[in-house]
Design a protein around this ligand. Structure first.
Ligand code: GCB
Length: 568
């Protein structure tokens, strides 16, 4: 189901008992049965009694020093009471568990989930007991060769129950999902649907927007689905006017309330149009990490800490890399007038030819789209980042995924990001055929950092095999340790702020040469933790490509970017 926040729910956030299981003994000992010794002399191990606690939501790595670099299993336990009345249904809903989750209620397995950044739920009607209940979750963040992402990635592998957990109570038939957004290209007509779950499939549906004096009525069919189409004179959402309306969706057995904005987003020819007008995308990359505390970000407060400097930089979009961020983050961005780029962790080394991969990609796509389809702030679905053309099955798998994405949501542009360009004689060659399936040609390039310049930035030439599409520089930049200011900028060495500043100055000159340039997005807002970044002096476990240090200090490059956005 979607829109948990507006439902009859009981939060299971807070302290959970935790058993660290590096050897995988818990499975063998079946800890979910919570066996108790009968006599003093009975041998037993692995008991939740006397176990330490972990905070949920929250990654486990940042909560216990011995778990800092841990990649493995932690068993979590929470007790709750229930008094579910006959005819009602109960669900346990997880915002995210990284990466594999097995969930047990009162000793019985109720389900599993794969994927660290999308929500899932299990129905526990008929399984929940009156009074005390015990919920046990096995969270395993080991990297999988056929995982999404796979084994190699440049961010911190925060494990555990990283987002909110809720019990949600509904009537026998409830409003499971709906899609209420403007139809593609329209500025006044909503086209969507409402879907019920439960036996009473045929019901009257009302959609009310009190501020517009709007009441739209329709009816669900035998499958519990109602088509929706209505028009109104909406005050359109935009970064300058992040207007959202209270929207009430009612059936005869359920009511949910949402805050929904209306806007149109389209790629037409080589331009990106917001509400019918060309928009230059001023973006910044953000990882889901609270930089000040070095932990996975999960709350509204965390979201504000990350988004406030993005606004200050002059951004109108945040690229939330490289996986779907929490719902709080997306909602805060929308509220603050930041468009959102939402991305799947189909990142670099993916085993496209693995027999399980099509299903894994499809599930994750649907979990991402389902959760945020009604968020007008979300303007782009990004389906992959830096996958390699030579990987067997790559193009076919991503073409198929693109088709599925467009079917699930025909209103938003879709993109793939690549870094497969050639760069010779100061000329970029862009011809990765993945862009055939991409509405926007999104390019990551690190000229000036990983690759040296081959001429004056302002003389750069471009050979783009897709001349009719907008071009977006989705990543560029270089590393600098804040406060490392040895030497004047023109002599500055690697890791200095001056060196990074020079990269930005050159990149900005180069941007002027890009045909169809529709936006740019520096890599990235804050320095962030990554296991692959262990230079003992300059990195110390951090990717230092931030415009801000992990303490929020502005590096010199920040000002170059801010000026560029201001003048754009
Ligand atoms: C990239 C990746 C990003 C890395 C970044 C870097 O191209 O998309 O995930 O962290 O480069 O710092 O090298």
């Amino acid at each position: 189901m979607i829109n948990i926040q507006s439902r009859d729910r009981t939060s299971l956030n807070g302290e959970w008992k935790a058993l660290v299981d590096p050897a995988g003994r818990g499975e063998y000992l079946r800890v979910w049965l919570e066996k108790k010794p009968q006599k003093k002399t009975d041998f037993f191990e692995y008991s939740f009694e006397g176990a330490p606690v972990l905070k949920v939501p929250g990654d486990f790595n940042s909560q216990m020093p011995e778990l800092t670099y841990y990649e493995g299993t932690v068993w979590y336990k929470k007790q709750f009471t229930s008094s579910l009345q006959p005819g009602k249904r109960l669900f346990v809903y997880f915002g995210a568990v990284n990466y594999l989750a097995d969930v047990y209620l009162n000793g019985e397995k109720i389900g599993s989930h794969e994927g660290g950044f999308t929500p899932f739920q299990f129905e526990i009607t008929g399984k929940v007991r009156k009074g005390e209940n015990s919920l046990i979750v096995k969270a395993d963040n080991r990297r999988l060769k056929n995982g999404l992402p796979g084994t190699g990635y440049d961010w911190f592998n925060y494990g555990g129950i990283t987002r909110d957990v809720d019990l949600v109570e509904t009537n026998g038939t409830y409003i499971e999902d709906y899609f209420i957004q403007l139809k593609k290209g329209s500025l006044d007509t909503v086209q969507g649907w409402v879907r019920l779950n439960g036996p009473e499939t045929v019901q009257k549906i009302n959609i009310r927007i009190p501020e517009l004096n709007l009441v739209y009525s329709t009816k669900t069919d035998g499958k519990g689905i109602a088509r929706v189409e209505f028009s109104s004179d909406f005050d359109l959402w935009s970064p300058e006017n992040p207007k959202r309306y209270e929207v009430i969706v009612e059936s005869e057995t359920d009511t949910v309330t949402d805050q929904i904005g209306f806007r149109s987003i389209e790629v037409r020819g080589d331009e990106i149009l917001l509400n019918g007008q060309p928009v230059f995308v001023k973006a910044v990359n953000i990882h889901e990490e609270n930089p000040y505390e070095g932990k996975r970000a999960y709350s509204t407060e965390d979201a504000r800490q990350l988004l406030t400097p993005a606004k200050e930089l002059g951004c109108n979009l945040v690229r939330l890399v490289h996986y779907p961020h929490s719902e709080h983050m997306v909602k805060e961005a929308e509220k603050m007038g930041l468009m959102v780029w939402s991305e799947l962790p189909i990142y670099q080394h993916i085993r496209f030819s693995d027999s399980l991969m099509p299903q894994k990609m499809k599930n994750m796509l649907h979990e991402m789209v389902r959760r945020d389809r009604n968020r007008c702030g979300v303007v782009i679905w990004a389906l992959s980042n830096e996958t390699y053309p030579g990987t067997p099955g790559r193009n076919k798998a991503l073409a198929e995924l693109t088709r599925k994405c467009r079917a699930a949501d025909p209103t938003r542009p879709v993109t793939h990001v690549t870094n497969t360009q050639s760069y010779e004689n100061n000329t970029f060659g862009i011809k990765d055929s993945l862009y055939l399936h991409s509405d926007i040609v999104s390019i990551n390039e690190y000229i000036g950092w990983y690759i040296p310049w081959q001429g004056r930035p302002a003389d750069t030439r471009w050979n783009i095999a897709f001349p009719d599409k907008p071009v977006f520089i989705s990543e560029f930049g270089g590393e600098a340790l804040y406060g490392n200011n040895d030497g004047p900028a023109d002599e500055a060495a690697y890791w200095t702020e001056g060196y990074q500043e020079k990269i930005y100055t050159d990149q900005v000159k180069m941007f002027g040469t890009i045909p169809n340039l529709a936006g740019v997005c520096p890599w990235l807002l804050f320095d962030y933790r990554s296991l692959g970044r262990m230079h003992p002096v300059y990195q110390q476990g951090y990717n230092r490509k931030g415009l801000l240090s992990e303490n929020g200090d502005k590096k010199k490059a920040w000002y170059i970017m801010k000026k560029y956005f201001k003048n754009k």
